[in-house]
Design a protein around this ligand. Sequence first.
Ligand SMILES: [Cu+2]
Length: 112
Amino acid sequence: MRWFPFLPVLAFMSVAAMAVTAHAEATPEFHLVLQDHKFEPATLKVPADTKFKVLVTNRNATPSEFESTDFNREKIVLPNATVTVFVGPLAKGSYKFYDDFNHATTGVLVAE
Ligand SMILES: [Cu+2]
């Protein structure tokens, strides 16, 4: 049996399979919880120069709005709900965020 001519095809298929796997693992996930009108954690370390997602869960009895002018996102989070916010890639640095419905509730993303 002459399988030699199929080698390039097999090589291509394995590279394509690797690319699909890498893509599936590509978006790191971080969690924030709103509780007692505080973000937990209030400081969230994230990778610099990488797209990531933040899952924000609201355990308060009132709606919140996860918002940042530093990284330009805003999303309402109803009580007992979780929203997913895609962020980045961010350069190294600190990026403030807050609850737009309760400005005393603040936190910071630290990209490093
Ligand atoms: Cu807002």
